[in-house]
Design a protein around this ligand. Structure first.
Ligand code: KG4
Ligand code: ZN
Length: 349
């Protein structure tokens, strides 16, 4: 099935074309630079940028796919969770496009799409889900840190989530305390590569707790108090690198322990990770190594598919459309849509 998909839940405007589980194009216009000035995403600005950019991004995606508008058989868009103003732009555009051509439309849950993004194959283009196997999946981004047991395609159970800040939010808030530009995560990743991870012993919240929930606000607060007690420390380039490596190690320790701990407990032989923070190099290399020594496969979304993108929305959207899932042309967006509340697809296909 040939599907056009839109993603506008936060600060990336993206459109993609999928055909039979293969990504034919995935165009993304990032707004990071626009929001960096404000130290975080400004919802109203994000919505205006989506409005401005979506037509161009959609045209690019269609052009790069080599298909014509008339070739599109179904339409998918993120309808939640996310910023209401931002979601409305992509969802309404997709619904109008679907309605105008009498095409089926399906509203996609942003996190469910992240769950399957590690199964989208790169080059040579294989159909998504080709190598799917049951797994424990970690969605780790600026807005979310969620641990999920993915028992089958379109079948999952949420195990736990952050009780306060998301891991990416922790990177970004600590980055701000250290005087780094927004978003702090990628910058800390680079600086940490030249720092000592054991220079400072920051807390690893809930590391020893047997549950599947996370908490990162205490770590951020402990960094704040530490910097208050040691003013000027972060201005020293060597100390700055050590601080980045030490905070990163605390976050990565918790993420990996929870992910592998759940896999061990549930006797699942595969773990996956997606979302912006899963691009973190220390996280990737350590998870690969620790999963291998635990006899578990580790699978990541490709870097371009870690952050928000319409390819993952289209791949899941196609799967849901094929399973008979349909949304109305006037269905509302769902800014607060818990993954637990997501209905299973009508039937496996
Ligand atoms: O998935 P994403 O693009 O957007 C959402 O939050 O939904 O994730 C962005 C988050 C930001 O918090 C950013 O700092 C973090 O992912 N991030 C990273 C890295 N790349 C992006 N954090 C740590 N290391 C990275 N390499
Ligand atoms: Zn996301």
């Amino acid at each position: 099935m040939r599907v056009l998909a839109f993603e506008t839940s936060c600060d990336e405007t993206s459109a993609a074309v999928i055909a039979d589980g293969r990504v034919l194009s995935n165009a993304i216009a990032s707004q990071i630079r626009l929001h960096a000035e404000y130290g975080g995403v400004v919802p109203e600005l994000a919505a205006r940028e989506h409005l401005k950019n979506l037509p161009k991004v959609a045209q690019t995606a269609l052009h790069q796919s080599g298909l014509e508008v008339g070739d599109i058989e179904g339409v998918a868009a993120t309808v939640g969770p996310g910023l209401p103003q931002a979601l409305l732009v992509g969802a309404r555009a997709a619904q109008a496009f679907a309605f105008a051509g009498s095409r089926p439309f399906v509203g996609v849950h942003h996190h469910e799409a992240h769950l399957y993004s590690p199964w989208i194959e790169g080059e040579p283009p294989e159909a998504a889900f080709h190598r799917f196997e049951p797994n424990v999946s970690l969605i780790v981004s600026g807005g979310h840190t969620v641990l999920v047991h993915v028992e089958g395609v379109l079948r999952h159970r949420v195990l736990g989530a952050t009780m306060d800040d998301a891991a990416g939010e922790c990177f970004d808030k600590v980055g701000k305390l250290l005087g780094l530009p927004y978003p702090g995560g990628p910058v800390m990743d680079r600086l940490a590569a030249e720092g000592r991870a054991d220079a400072y012993g920051f807390p690893r919240p809930l590391l020893r707790d047997s549950g599947d929930d996370f908490s990162f606000s205490g770590l951020k607060t402990s960094v704040r108090y530490f910097l208050d007690r040691h003013p000027g420390l972060a201005s020293d380039p060597v100390q700055l690198r050590d601080l980045c490596a030490s905070v990163q190690a605390a976050i990565v320790d918790v993420l990996i322990a929870k992910l592998l701990g759940a896999a061990r407990r549930l006797r699942v032989g595969c773990v996956t990770a997606s979302g912006g923070v899963s691009c973190n190099r220390e996280f990737r290399s350590r998870l690969m190594a620790e999963a291998a020594s635990a006899g578990v496969k580790a699978r990541f979304a490709e870097p371009a598919l870690c952050t928000d993108n319409a390819a993952m929305i289209g791949v899941l959207g196609e799967r849901r459309l094929l399973a008979g899932d349909r949304s109305g042309y006037d269905d509302d967006i769902r800014p607060h849509w818990p993954l637990e509340a997501l209905a299973a697809a009508p039937a496996a296909c």
